[in-house]
Design a protein around this ligand. Structure first.
Ligand code: ARG
Ligand code: ZN
Length: 848
């Protein structure tokens, strides 16, 4: 399907090659005559020269009907119309360029550009989707104002900015193409309003398909809280008279911050107690906030080029994490964010796909919307704030908004405001943007004659293209406890800036060190210490993150030794776990987190790093044995403990009740290990909300309940979002031996529509992330199954195929036989003439 004209040969783009455009576009007038198979797009670009050179416009898959310059059709010698470029050879200093093109949104299954989903038209232009709509300079440093006219019989016609007449929109804020959006369809809105601190009235609408309007309240509420929070915490107010959110069923990512018209994957908008879990509610709150916050960090101040993606994404994730901490409680939110970072970003950093927070080259930019750019990008900002202090941080951010409003910026612009505000040189700190890999910090303690010394040593492992690393600036928040667990030194931050350093203290006895409090840096701590110290921290540390971390390290240590040397689960550890589970002074949500054992993937990575080849089946069985040991230790206490977590009254998605349900679900899982599913069956049959029902469903699948899948389906087959959960849970909770078979059987159903990314991710992700022992089956059937589906999806939707291919990025951890089986599949993908997206991912994974 892709011919190899030189223009289409994948070419690597380099940060170092950045150059501004010779001719820019300051205003865009664009009108759409919508038709599924032949949409006509007429655009008029106001162009202005800013340097010597040709103007090269981007286009992809456009049927070009006409091109005129200042009203005159272009002569053949004044332009070249290529497959993906339109070049103007001697453009004047100022001119109007008009083009008319035709596109077919109904045939667009890549979900990039203008496409159709359930009869509605919608767009996704980030990163380079606008070129699939019309000829334009499709790059973020070209910022234009827009007038948009939409001609269609559909009742609701939306675009960016303010509406001037039906289907006629004007966006006064200059923006890059990637923030353009258009929506047209038979939609209904739930509406409200918000008055900004500047006194501006803003109409708020959440647009959904008819029938979904009773599931919009929470998203709307989250939007209002986000708007208030950004005013209060960052002094940022909204700047248009309307803010629209639209829910779309077919969407490659989570959501998109188009100016004034955010488009969302419907799973991150729609929620009711009967259909959405607490985790869904938390995600909706976070993502609504994230996209809203982009209005300032991303839209008003955007990125000069795609290498600067973390400028908007890292910062906006940092802001949405702060928001969620304020809404839900600092400790639990922070622990959850760190768990997510370790599960996705540390894994990425440890494998062939490792790249810096600011990459230096790419083939397909969509492959770099990664945990490293987003989540590590947010951690880097958190460290910056820790290093310079809250006051300089606030000043620096204020200066950033003041100085760069309306501009397309770089990481250098960003760091410069903090260098000024904090009067500090950030040259070494900047390595966090350019060096990939998770730094290791080794801690060793010495105590003698009243002197306590901590030796610190850092190293950054080699990553693809970066064999040697320099020492980083690592902020280490720490405190000291005495042997009884009383805090004798409150939290302070020391900076590790060299390969090795020491801290010394005069103390009568050896203290218990609490280090990396609040996870003050995204590093891996190597700290061999007595269990007694960890138990003291678990019981007494004042820092909730560090308390939880002590428990996690204890559990991981037990599991690693049980896997590698058949060690038993000792009573000391089980007692500590049981004590915390029953500690009424601790928040239920925290107790639930403390009961969660390290994941199978986490254990596989840690074993690999310890020089042990991980055996996925053994990891799976040992982890279940550990759960069983905890269940036996709590035994008869489980029913009462769970009863104490009841949440009487109407369902509330707020953190307090959600925390109780989370603990209750953890306890139910343990109870199921002892009663074969009796308690879970009662919960399943009586649950009045999806959180409890899903928890019970998973337990019943774990014990092989023969009826529950059919019962669930009978109740929910009409609901696409709930059915995604059904698909995923069945694969994730199948036994490792059955998992591929279950997944295969489910793909044969009429309602398995691989062109819907949510459904595809539910099923394939249910195997690759939900059931690692099933995915890594020794016969290679999991690898072959996933590859079959990636290759089926890739021709129509390369973005999602490429993203899902990351399932293979950990392949070097495993034994030679499994590696050979994965290599076979990677070779098969490489040989199948894959998309540029998938080709790049496969090439990087094969190179390892
Ligand atoms: N900017 C969006 C967000 O942060 C992500 C959109 C990315 N889309 C893509 N196709 N790469 O929420
Ligand atoms: Zn974002």
């Amino acid at each position: 399907m892709r011919d190899a004209t030189p223009e289409q040969t994948p070419e690597t783009v380099h940060l170092a090659d950045y150059a501004p455009v010779p001719v820019t576009v300051t205003h865009l007038d664009v009108s759409f005559q919508l038709d599924p198979k032949a949409t006509r797009v007429s655009s008029r670009l106001t162009c202005k020269r800013q340097g010597p050179g040709e103007m090269v416009l981007n286009g992809e898959g456009l049927k070009t009907l006409s091109v005129t310059l200042d009203g005159v059709p272009l002569d053949a010698d004044r332009h070249t119309l290529g497959d993906r470029t339109l070049t103007l050879h001697d453009a004047p200093d100022e001119f109007l360029l008009e083009t008319v093109v035709e596109i077919a949104p109904a045939d667009n299954k890549a979900l990039s550009g203008l496409y159709m989903s359930n009869g509605m038209y919608c767009t996704q232009c980030e990163a380079e989707g606008f070129r699939r709509i019309t000829w334009m300079l499709d790059r973020p440093d070209v910022m234009a104002t827009y007038d948009v006219a939409i001609d269609s019989d559909l009742p609701v016609l939306l675009s960016n900015g303010n509406e001037r007449a039906a289907g006629v929109w004007h966006d006064p804020w200059p923006k890059p193409t990637y923030l353009f959006a258009l929506v047209a369809g038979d939609l209904v809105a739930t509406s409200d309003s918000f008055t900004t601190m500047e006194g501006k009235d803003v109409a708020l609408n959440v647009w959904v398909r008819p029938g979904d309007e009773d599931r919009t309240a929470y998203a709307l509420d989250a939007l209002k809280r986000s708007m208030a929070w950004d005013e209060e915490v960052y002094g940022r107010a909204y700047d248009l008279s309307v803010f629209n959110i639209v829910a779309v069923d077919d969407f490659n990512m989570g959501a998109m911050e188009n100016k004034g018209l955010n488009v969302f994957n419907s799973r991150y908008v729609l929620a009711s107690p009967e259909t959405a879990t607490d985790a869904d509610y938390a995600n909706i709150e976070r993502i609504v906030a994230h996209e809203y916050f982009h209005n300032w960090t991303g839209n008003r101040i955007t990125c000069r080029d795609w290498f600067q993606l973390c400028l908007k994404e890292g910062l906006t994730v940092f802001r949405d994490e702060q928001f969620s901490q304020d809404q839900r409680g600092y400790a639990v939110q922070r622990i959850g964010d760190v768990m997510n970072l370790r599960a996705r970003q540390f894994r990425e950093d440890a494998g062939p796909l490792a790249h810096p927070v600011r990459p230096e080259s790419f083939v397909e930019i969509n492959n770099f919307y990664t945990a490293t750019v987003y989540e590590k990008g947010a951690e880097v900002i958190g460290m910056l704030r820790t290093l310079i202090g809250a006051e300089a941080w606030d000043q620096g951010v204020a200066l950033y908004f003041e100085r760069h409003d309306g501009e397309a910026c770089t990481i250098e612009d960003w760091l410069a405001v903090f260098e000024e505000a904090a009067e500090r040189d950030l040259t070494q700190f900047k390595l966090w943007y350019s060096q990939a890999g998770t730094p290791r910090v080794r801690v060793t303690e010495h105590f003698s004659d009243g002197l306590y010394r901590i030796d610190l040593a850092q190293s950054v492992p080699p990553t693809p293209g970066q064999p040697d690393k320099q020492p980083m600036v690592i902020p280490l928040a720490f405190g000291l406890l005495d042997r009884e667990g009383n805090e004798i030194r409150p939290t302070e931050v020391r900076e590790l800036t060299t390969a090795g350093d020491s801290l010394t203290f005069d103390l009568a006895e050896k203290p218990v060190l609490s280090i990396l409090r609040g996870f003050s840096a995204p590093v891996i701590l190597e700290f061999d210490r007595p269990d007694a110290d960890r138990l003291t921290l678990l019981a007494h540390d004042t820092d909730a993150f560090s308390r939880w971390e002590a428990g996690r390290v204890l559990a991981k240590d037990r599991l690693m030794r049980a896997i590698s040397e058949d060690a038993e689960f000792d009573a000391g550890w089980l007692d500590a776990v049981a004590t915390l589970a029953q500690d009424d002074n601790a928040e239920p949500a925290f107790r639930a987190l403390a009961l969660a054992l390290p994941s199978e993937d986490d254990l596989a990575q840690s074993l690999h790093e310890a020089g042990i080849v991980p055996d996925p089946d053994r990891i799976h069985l040992t982890r279940r044995a550990a759960q069983m040991a905890v269940a036996e230790r709590l035994a008869n206490a489980l029913p009462d403990l769970r009863a104490a977590m009841a949440t009487p009254g109407a369902y509330s998605p707020a953190a307090e009740d959600a925390g109780k349900r989370a603990l209750s679900a953890s306890l139910l899982k343990l109870q199921t290990m002892r009663d074969g599913g009796a308690a879970a069956r009662r919960v399943y049959d009586t649950a009045d909300n999806m959180t409890d029902r899903m928890a019970a469903f998973a337990c019943l699948l774990d014990v092989g309940d023969p009826d529950v899948a059919a019962q669930f389906e009978a109740d929910w087959s009409h609901d696409r979002l709930v059915m995604d959960k059904w698909f995923m849970a069945q694969v994730a909770h199948a036994t490792p031996v059955d998992a591929v078979g279950v997944a295969e059987r489910l793909t044969k159903r009429a309602d398995f529509d691989p062109s819907n990314p949510n459904r595809f991710r539910a099923l394939i992700g249910g195997l690759t992330t939900g059931n690692p022992a099933g995915f890594h089956r020794a016969d290679g059937s999991g690898y072959a199954f996933v590859t079959d589906w990636l290759l089926r999806l890739d021709p129509s939707n390369p973005q999602t195929a490429a993203r899902m291919s990351t399932a293979f990025d950990s392949w070097r951890r495993y034994d030679a036989d499994r590696q050979a089986l994965v290599r076979e599949q990677l070779d098969r993908m490489a040989a199948a003439d894959p998309s540029r997206d998938l080709a790049e991912m496969v090439a990087r994974m094969r190179a390892a």
